[in-house]
Design a protein around this ligand. Sequence first.
Ligand code: DUC
Ligand code: ZN
Ligand code: ZN
Length: 473
Amino acid sequence: MKTLIQNGTLVTPAEMFTADLLVDGERIALVGKNLPVPADALVVNAAGKLILPGGVDVHCHFDLPMFGTVSSDDHYTGHKAAAFGGTTTVIDFVSQDHPTLEASLAAWHARVGGKAAVDYSFHMNITHLYPSTLAELPGLLAEGISSIKVFTAYNNRLRLDDGDIFRVMRAAGKLGLLTLLHAENGDVIEVLTAEALASGRTAPEWHARTRPAWGAVEAVLRGASLAAQAEAPLYVVHMNAAGEVDQLAYARSQGLPVMGETCPQYLFFTEQDLQRADGAKWICSPPVRSRPDQERLWEGLLDGTLQVLATDHCPFYYDGSKPILYEGQPVAIPGKELGKDDFTRIPNGLPGVGDRLPVFWTHAVGSGRMTPMDFVALTAANPARLFGLYPRKGSLQPGADADLLVWDPDKKVTYGVAHSQQRTDYNLYEGWELTGYPEQVYLRGKRIVDNERWLGERGQGRFIKRDAFTEAF
Ligand code: DUC
Ligand code: ZN
Ligand code: ZN
């Protein structure tokens, strides 16, 4: 099957130009002016539209058990929401639930089952260092997993001590695995949380107040310092505080291969949102911060200190006692109401995988802060490069997977839960006026979204084996 997309404006990180793009089967076959029309090709007129590589969201949690419930998008519903928002590749995290990484990975593959609807990969969480764990790292690479995540918070659950983080980074660095860091100060969080609960401070805003930004700032520098001593590359996830960006910039100025992402919630919301009556909707870890933090994050995206905009998609219902209709069926999944009297019981996480591109386009490109090329770099090309997917994903080169967006830069949408396809009962961007939206979405040459219509299906997504980490930038 061939598709010829004519007269669109192709956007890469380096340039924008009007051309035709021929898809043959699953791949981009040709890019050029006035390409001949093959007899068997479907022709799409994209005049006035942009052609972008499908988004790559390297930070998602689907079907993640937490606090006695589970995040409300699974590997079908979350993938479908991703597709409607223009994202065609997602990376999820394997929980280290078994003594071997191999068994943990097998369990996560089983969790996806046949549900995947876009292409996907996994990072491996390393939350326990068993005697065999480091020796298993080469096996991860052989399974196509070239990144691991470690935590400096969640004492007695997910956290490794600094010595173990150093050992993991050193082993990972030698093998070409990129270490991801969740940077907060677990010890301080434990003290402040216990004190808040003991004094009856149980409202959502105390989630942020018990996780101060200074803990994150210090943990970024600590992570960079451990990575330097381990001679390993580092990628700091969900950066949220101005001081974190400053520490990353300092480490980079020393020539260290350290990089970072932020997520839309940290660009658009603050601790004040947690003080609303429905503040639980904004509870995620690390928490949303302040206006000056937002500004420094924007600056970091613009000056190259941060390379990636991801989401940390991990939705829960606001009121999971009430079903919503999903594909015509009522579905209720316990959510934020579990913590109505105690912020420590509110499941942590927000919807975002489908919101990322349209919301960011309006506020980054539409506002004039960034070019469409910057947008493509931050949302598709850079994440693909850092995570061993490039140029198969995140690019418009001949030979790349034909994961493509026909993007209408003029389409206006009043956004919200009714519009987004995430399986939850609320949306953080309710009522926001957006301009710019994906009109058609292609996954490996197959049109899976056509405006409001879902043309995709469960099982069409493929696990992509990723290459080793090669190049910091
Ligand atoms: N943070 C969240 O808020 N949810 C899931 C995992 C994470 O890091
Ligand atoms: Zn994290
Ligand atoms: Zn996360």
